[in-house]
Design a protein around this ligand. Structure first.
Ligand SMILES: [Fe+2]
Ligand SMILES: [Fe+2]
Length: 174
């Protein structure tokens, strides 16, 4: 049986975006969150990555703010690329299962195939969120800013009018 690896979108460190707070350019993890002295593909490292992933998924599913969701989806995309690559390494899931439960190797291949589907879905959702951020949401925010400007001018004109009427009433200047 062959195990397909490397298609989960791993990024070379020099492709990682510079530190920015722009939701469209989230900071992506440059290294897996494995603990000190833990080999990247080991069971302990994978379990730790699962813990970090659960924490991130908790934050993502609680988010209703697109500006916050965008960098979180970018973070998820980067984290999964590293995590899936580690699981698919020679000493990753395949090695652990081959040693202890070889009859379950087909399940390993199914999970590796699912990595591709999950990575694609995360990318689609991140791209859709970016479209909304640049398109409909940007249009609404721009409209709100224009409306606020117009209302400021409108209220200022009324303020001038009232001040002028008061000035005339008091007969000042006549
Ligand atoms: Fe996993
Ligand atoms: Fe996995």
């Amino acid at each position: 049986m062959t195990f397909q690896t490397g298609g989960a979108g791993t990024s070379a460190p020099d492709e990682v975006q510079a530190m920015e707070s722009d939701p469209l350019h989230p900071v992506r993890p440059q290294a897996a969150p494995a603990g000190e002295g833990v080999s990247p593909g080991s069971s302990a490292a994978i379990a730790e990555e699962h813990r970090v992933l659960r924490e991130l998924l908790g934050r993502i599913t609680a988010t209703r703010d697109l500006g916050a969701l965008l960098p979180q989806l970018g973070e998820l995309e980067g984290l999964l690329a590293f995590h899936f690559a580690h699981e698919e390494e020679a000493d990753g899931l395949h090695a652990v299962v081959a040693d202890s439960a070889p009859d379950r190797l087909p399940e390993v291949q199914r999970l590796f195939d699912e990595h591709r589907e999950i990575a694609r879905r995360v990318m689609e959702l991140r791209e859709r969120a970016e479209e909304l951020w640049r398109g409909p949401l940007a249009e609404v925010l721009e409209g709100v800013a224009e409306l606020a400007d117009r209302l400021h001018r409108h209220e200022a004109a009324e303020g001038d009018l009232l001040a002028g009427a008061l000035y005339d009433d008091l007969g000042i200047g006549s």
